[in-house]
Design a protein around this ligand. Structure first.
Ligand SMILES: NC(=O)c1ccc[n+]([C@@H]2O[C@H](COP(=O)([O-])OP(=O)(O)OC[C@H]3O[C@@H](n4cnc5c(N)ncnc54)[C@H](OP(=O)(O)O)[C@@H]3O)[C@@H](O)[C@H]2O)c1
Length: 336
């Protein structure tokens, strides 16, 4: 399964179907009576698909849920409140392709003295063809990877996510959890091009999936490096539990930019064979709620199975290089 091709839309759909039929050992979902009362959970991209289903799940457990969204305000929040029967659900605006928007979002959390117990970095995008954001970065690279780096940098420095590395109220006895929604497509990605790091590339619909996989390889490599950096020298329990997952193929809005000719094929295939967002949110829930994942860091799940992410993504040398190249890029952008 590890090397299965995701190079084009058809192989990606086929791979999603095959993954659902795998009979590798799965973890057991956390019972619904395990509560998150008094906990504050951030979910990005929570107006749609997996993010919304995750927001509903966490709100049903009693959490205060902050839905960080670009659109769907306030309707999606009202719907999450209604479905979870929990009023402690709020929406905050953020455009993850815009560094100024990320800064405004973090400033607001800091000014309100919010402390996050859980942060689920779910939002992602698959444009039909390559395009750049207002900072001149490839949109998929920016939203699927760089935005997470910047958002986390701000939240950790401000102590909105308590941690020891930035000297902000380490809470090793009750570590916060940071969860990244990645994708199995990171396994079959082309390697990260460190020599042309951050330079926009051109792609169309046929090779968009390849660059989507690359954006998820950036994210998965970053997730391991973040986990290592936040938990240096930790022998026992981690200071911040950092985990990632691939939710498997979801019948969501992810293919919204697929070309008109492909939609009549994709829609019924997705509706028939792909998981519902509710089912796909089970592994996110597991990473957020289970005792097991609160005692360790660096865990990767593919649907309800624990497994290692790709070898390349776990390589500490690549992780360190990715970190320094991203910092360099963000310095040239005036963001760091
Ligand atoms: N669908 C799959 O088969 C699949 C498989 C593996 C992994 N995933 C991953 O699962 C995650 C959730 O995707 P989904 O399937 O639930 O798709 P979705 O329904 O399209 O949800 C994507 C979410 O990301 C948000 N988003 C996109 N660009 C943004 C931006 N610039 N600023 C803020 N929010 C932005 C979207 O907001 P708007 O509605 O405002 O655009 C939406 O809330 C993604 O990371 C995706 O890569 C999906």
């Amino acid at each position: 399964m590890g090397g299965r091709s995701h190079g084009n839309p058809f192989s990606a759909v086929l791979s999603g179907l095959l993954d659902q039929r795998s009979n590798e050992a799965r973890v057991t979902p956390v019972p619904s009576d395990v509560r998150l009362d008094g906990r504050t959970c951030l979910v990005t991209g929570a107006n749609s698909g997996l993010g919304k289903a995750t927001a509903i799940r966490l709100a049903k457990r009693g959490a205060h849920v902050i839905m960080a969204c670009r659109s769907g305000i306030p309707e999606a929040g009202e719907d999450v409140k209604r479905q979870s029967v929990n009023d402690k659900v709020e929406m905050m605006q953020i455009d993850l392709s815009d560094f100024e928007s990320i800064d405004r979002f973090c400033d607001e959390l800091r000014n309100r003295n919010v402390t996050l117990d859980v942060a689920v970095f779910n939002a992602g995008v698959v444009p039909a063809t390559s395009r750049t954001n207002k900072h001149g970065l490839d949109l998929m690279f920016a939203v699927n990877f760089v935005a997470k780096f910047v958002l986390l940098d701000r939240l950790l420095r401000a102590g909105v996510i308590p941690n020891a590395v930035y000297g902000n109220n380490s809470r090793a006895d009750d570590p916060p959890r940071v969860i990244f929604v990645s994708s199995e497509t990171h396994r079959s990605s082309i390697p990260i091009d460190f020599d042309h790091f951050g330079e926009p590339v051109e792609y169309g619909i046929s090779d968009g999936v390849k660059y989507y996989g690359l954006s998820k390889l950036h994210l998965t490599t970053y997730f391991h490096e973040l986990s290592r950096r936040l938990n240096q020298g930790v022998d026992g329990s981690p200071d911040v539990c950092v985990h990632a997952l691939c939710p498997g193929a979801i019948n969501s809005n992810m293919a919204r930019e697929a070309p008109a000719w492909l939609k009549p094929i994709l829609k019924p295939v997705m509706a028939l064979f792909f998981q519902s967002p509710e089912k796909a949110s089970l592994p996110v829930d597991y990473l957020v709620v289970s005792d097991e994942m609160g005692r360790k860091t660096g865990g990767f799940m593919h649907m309800m199975r624990m497994k290692e992410s790709s070898e390349a993504s776990m390589d500490p040398k690549k992780g360190a290089l990715l970190w320094s190249k991203t910092e360099e890029l963000l310095r040239t952008q005036g963001v760091l």
